[in-house]
Design a protein around this ligand. Sequence first.
Ligand code: EZ4
Ligand code: CO
Length: 405
Amino acid sequence: MSDRIVGAEVILTSPTRNFVTLKVTTDDGVVGYGDATLNGRELAVASYLRDHVAPLLIGRDARRIEDTWQYLYRGGYWRRGPVTMAAIGAVDVALWDIKGKTLGQPVYQLLGGAVRDRVLGYTHATGWELPALLDSVRERTERGFQAVRAQMGVPGLDTVYGVFRDARAYEPAGRGAAPVEEVWDTDAYLRAAPEVLAGLRAEVGPELKLLHDAHHRLTPQQAARLGRALEPVDLFWLEDVTPAENQEALRLVRRHTTVPLALGEVFNTVWDCQRLVTEQLIDFVRTCVSHAGGISHLRRILQLAELYQVRGAPHGPSDVSPVALGASLHVGLATPNFAIQEYMGYDPLVHEVFPHAWAYADGHLTPGDAPGIGVGLDEELAARFPYEPAYLPVARRRDGSMTDW
Ligand code: EZ4
Ligand code: CO
């Protein structure tokens, strides 16, 4: 038994939405999977893996997870960035999967064992106006969810990213050769959001954990105002209030509101998180196992965060594949400051393509006890759904200029 890597293959599939999966095989025939999906930029990561990483993996010792991480991160010279870190993350998760399968243990056991019995999950509810949103939230709480992210429409706009006018669940990417363009109006949103969320809180009572995502749309001053306005709603968190390239901006928000802040779904290394964590400018760090360098690097981020009482709450919409969700749950079960996992859910077909040991029950998720990550890939079924171009929307202000969404 030598654990040499003999195969590293990239598999694209689109069972209702695109996923990029790395499959690593050892000379003993052990197979490990890692998620390399980067919504709307899938082919870039696929090429990075296929053209530049897979050839380097062949012949390496699959047991040397940390060394391989360092080799790909430092050895590439060009560091960080979502494409690089998603590729490294896929390799890392695949190697943890192989290690677990080789040792006959679920990955959480290799991370020190369980520190909790199950991981709290939150899901998405949307409704254009309060009654529809309330129905959507109630449907989720009836399925056991104790934490729900609530997104509403904005009067005067035709569409809002992440919100459907009818009861359908939305998909955060539209198939087609180019992104859909939406119109965005921050002032109208700032008038609508506090009223709808206050109404929702009044209806659902004090216990349900309510979350809201501002999706990077606000200036720091607008974020501070919104945070203040939402204090009586008692949110579990307010997410991505402002783009975080300029992290100084969060200081201004913090000075004016005690609303808990969550941020970091677009971050990809510990360096992106360092300042927000060490200056305690956020309460929840949202880096994802697949976009931030895998299990090894997510653990590093969460261990830094633990020193500053910042908790982990990884990204988990439908573009984070069941492989990454499984990996995240192993980290969640074994990491003390892991607060909650986003779980948007998947189309039934996605569950078929990626058979998994992880499970949802009663508002919580568990990774299961299968060796490794515990998520497989039905390659025959996957092959029936080839990649199709799909993009997140873009948004313009009423004057036609581009805005964050
Ligand atoms: O923007 O899935 O918290 N979740 C989110 C999602 C993400 C998309 C990115 O691909 O904000 O809507
Ligand atoms: Co978000």
